[in-house]
Design a binder for this molecule. Structure first.
Ligand code: CO
Ligand code: CO
Length: 317
């Protein structure tokens, strides 16, 4: 869309020319609406859980902006041959997540398709001055991640019927966890920049945040939380196509020391579904942020920092 002329409306605070998770439109000086849409094919076998994950993933872009989601529209593509009871389960999973988030589902649209797809268009609210963007980082900040990596690898293993049941259940629980608590902690403390880690993986989304902010980054590979068991599955070759594409696309922006092995690199590029928030925060506020996250049962880790350098470049240590 970058070559298509955008909007000239002065109330559009963040639109197509900003690399953010959602668009922001000012209604008054006190309130802006935040809009995003996301949908995808099944990532787990259980239809209810898939619905919950798709909803949590769609809501995440609102949370990444420091906003509060209020309404959602369902988006459904469904094969005629597939049982409608399964669709009921998908929608029930999405509805339960929406209820947990305090979001009203107010409509939607369904089409016939060869492959099932589900997601939501979500609208949120935020005071215009409180929007958290991906472009607000400066050099010298700590970088925090609020969910472990490896979800793409585990989803691929689930599809190949090679994921241990316990690991599949853990990944499902993490993917369906709302980023609400992480967002509320980040808003309470006040942070410089944030985004959520989804299809482009940790490296891709970190790169986008750094580039938008005009700074470089350091990533401490050994501190990055990874679902236990995901490395073993990656070593067996259970790597999603999206992860491989991320690797070829983002390899030029990242430098690895030889001590970071092949499997660890794959994990850092792994395409996530409903991943955690990636937050850049002043070092003086880091402990307070980690405390606020921990009080809300969010397992967050400081995984790197921002530095002066080629905008968007990442040095793995
Ligand atoms: Co996002
Ligand atoms: Co999105």
């Amino acid at each position: 869309m970058s070559s298509i002329p955008g909007s000239v409306d002065p109330n559009l605070l963040l639109g197509l020319d900003a690399p953010d998770d959602a668009a922001v439109y000012r209604i008054t000086d006190e309130i802006a609406i935040v809009q995003t849409v996301d949908f995808f094919t099944p990532v787990v076998d259980d239809p209810f859980q898939w619905g919950a994950i798709a909803a949590a993933n769609a809501l995440s872009d609102i949370y990444a902006m420091g906003a509060r989601p209020v309404t959602a529209l369902n988006l459904v593509a469904w094969p005629k041959e597939l049982d409608m009871d399964l669709l009921y389960e998908v929608l029930a999973g999405g509805a339960e997540k929406a209820r947990e988030a305090g979001v009203s589902i107010v409509g939607g649209h369904t089409i016939d398709d060869e492959e099932p797809k589900y997601g939501m268009s979500v609208t949120g609210l935020v005071p215009p001055g409180a929007v958290v963007t991906s472009s607000g980082a400066t050099a010298g900040l700590d970088v925090i991640l609020t969910k472990p990596l490896g979800m793409g690898i585990v989803s691929t293993a689930i599809k190949a019927a090679k994921a241990p049941a316990e690991l599949a259940a853990e990944a499902t629980a993490i993917m369906s966890t709302l980023n609400r608590a992480a967002s509320e902690a980040m808003v309470e403390v006040g942070v410089a920049a944030a985004t959520d880690v989804t299809g482009f993986g940790l490296i891709g989304h970190f790169h986008q945040l750094l580039k938008a902010s005009g700074v470089a980054g350091i990533l401490h590979a050994e501190r990055v939380p990874v679902l236990s068991g995901a490395r073993e599955l990656a070593a067996e070759g259970l790597v999603p196509g999206g992860t491989q594409r991320n690797r070829s696309h983002f390899s030029e922006v990242v430098s690895f020391p030889s001590s970071v092995d092949e499997v660890d690199r794959i994990v850092l590029f792994d395409a996530q579904t409903s991943g955690g928030l990636l937050i850049a925060v002043e070092p003086s506020k880091t402990q307070r942020l980690l405390d606020r996250l921990s009080e809300r049962s969010v397992e967050a880790t400081a995984i790197g920092r921002t530095v002066d350098g080629v905008p968007g470049s990442i040095e793995v240590e």
